[in-house]
Design a protein around this ligand. Structure first.
Ligand code: HAM
Length: 433
């Protein structure tokens, strides 16, 4: 029996990986314009981090985590429950606390790129190992971390990234989920509204209604939706400060030409959110159309035992970004062929071809190297299949004369070029990615 990639995971192959690299490079470039720097945190963490950070009642923690008991192997080690990260905000905030990043000047503006793991039902656009490009702005309130200007700046940065990548047909859905002070009254109102109707809802909703009624909005069961539509919305429960904060975010967004729609059902599937919450959806993707999501998490640091450190951030579903991009363009168009194929001709010529390939590569020219066991016809055919237009023939006579035959497979023309001129010739005809 052959071994296959595990369900919900997949291999990313060329030429599609070129598209992934382009997305990542563009994100790095845009983040750098806004003065973000990269953070890399471990792929697995103490299970407690997610239980306390993301929330026990969320689907992510209660159903979707890859968790295992890491047994002690030595006296010095402790047995520990570990989890593959289902998201990275909790990890970043843990690192912020662990390394006392608040002692550094200003706000911490950190971005990350990497795999996340959730045991969801795999389907188009939904994987068990998926990739996120995320960023977080976090720091003490005195550094301006609570300001609505940060929310608006992060959203405007995302629009800049979408525009640079040429992703169109997106919608920014925006809501405020209020601060912890307004939450108890809202939870109470939800509980009341749910009593009497929750028996007709799915078992998950029955559990949510008791544990954390806000999570009822995560329900995807079609039969439950008419009931959910009748529930009170959080927008009616915001206090004065929440309302002002939200109004200011919207003002700056209008001033910076960031279009948005208000969606007062949007509460996001993680418990740490406060005030601004958002999602970008994209038209070409079908059911899994949320290409990124994020929001404010003013109490997360304290929930994890750290100092007061309000923050806001987002995570892009990179798999879905790439899908949106490849729906709009031909993935092959980003791939490019090497400038030349070096064909060693006859025994002993691998050595000479290696020397020439090295010379050209040192000059920054991308070349593919054949093998002396290939006959010339096979070398030409291989080059053609790889989309390489020109073949440099390396035979005994050529090496002795320091002159190489260069065959253009498109025109059929063959010319002789001196070794010293070769690099220059290919540089001028160099194709860029
Ligand atoms: P999230 O909404 O859970 O937020 O995930 C963000 C994005 O990751 C989603 O919008 C989606 O594009 C992508 N995504 C999630 N699950 C999958 C999956 N199974 N397969 C493919 N893509 C997926 C967070 O993770 C928060 N940490 C975002 C954040 C950062 N909030 C504040 N800072």
């Amino acid at each position: 029996m052959t071994i296959k990639a595990v369900r919900g995971t997949r291999d990313l192959l060329p030429p599609e990986t070129e598209l992934w690299n382009r997305v990542e490079q563009t994100a790095r470039d845009v983040f750098s314009l806004y003065n973000f720097a990269e953070i890399r945190t471990p792929i697995f963490e103490d299970t407690q981090l997610f239980a306390r950070g993301v929330g026990e009642a969320t689907d992510i923690v209660s159903k979707e985590m890859y968790t295992w008991e890491d047994r002690a192997r030595a006296q010095s080690e402790k047995a520990q429950s570990l989890t593959l990260r289902p998201e990275n905000t909790a990890g970043v905030v843990r690192a912020y606390i662990e390394h006392k990043l608040w002692e550094r000047p200003g706000l911490q503006k950190l971005y990350y790129i990497g795999p996340q793991f959730r045991r969801e039902r795999p389907q188009k656009g939904r994987y068990r190992q998926f990739y996120q490009i995320g960023a977080e702005v976090i720091g003490p309130p005195s550094a301006g971390s609570e300001s609505p200007a940060r929310d608006a700046e992060v959203l405007e940065m995302l629009v800049m990234l979408l525009q640079r990548l040429g992703i169109k047909d997106w919608t920014l859905q925006l809501n405020s989920v209020g601060s912890p002070s307004s939450r108890p009254a809202y939870n109470e109102a939800l509980r009341q509204a749910l009593s009497g109707v929750v028996e007709r809802m799915c078992v998950d909703c029955q559990r949510r209604a008791v544990a954390n009624p806000l999570r009822v909005f995560d329900c995807k069961v079609p039969e439950d939706q008419p009931i959910i539509e009748t529930l009170p919305r959080i927008s009616g429960f915001l206090d004065e400060a929440d309302r002002e904060h939200f109004e200011e975010v919207r003002k700056i967004l209008r001033a910076t030409d960031v279009p948005f729609v208000i969606n007062d059902r949007l509460v996001r599937g993680l418990d740490y959110y406060t005030r601004t919450a958002f999602e970008f959806t994209q038209g070409s993707l079908g059911a899994q159309n949320a290409i990124l999501g994020g929001g404010r998490y003013d109490g997360l640091s304290e929930a994890l035992g750290g100092p007061r450190a309000p923050g806001i951030g987002f995570a892009i579903g990179e798999d879905r970004f790439v899908m949106a991009l490849s729906a709009a363009s031909d993935a092959n168009s980003v791939a490019s062929a090497p400038s030349a194929y070096i064909a060693p001709l006859g025994s002993g010529m691998n050595l000479e071809a290696a020397k020439l390939a090295r010379e050209l590569r040192l000059a920054g020219i991308r070349v593919e190297l054949g093998d002396e066991s290939f006959r010339l016809k096979k070398a030409f055919e291989t080059a053609e299949k790889l989309g390489i237009q020109r073949v440099i023939i390396v035979g005994e006579n050529e090496v002795a004369a320091r002159q190489f035959a260069v065959k253009d497979l498109k025109s059929g023309e063959q010319i002789t070029v001196g070794r010293a001129e070769l690099a220059e010739k290919f540089q001028s005809g160099k194709r860029t990615i």
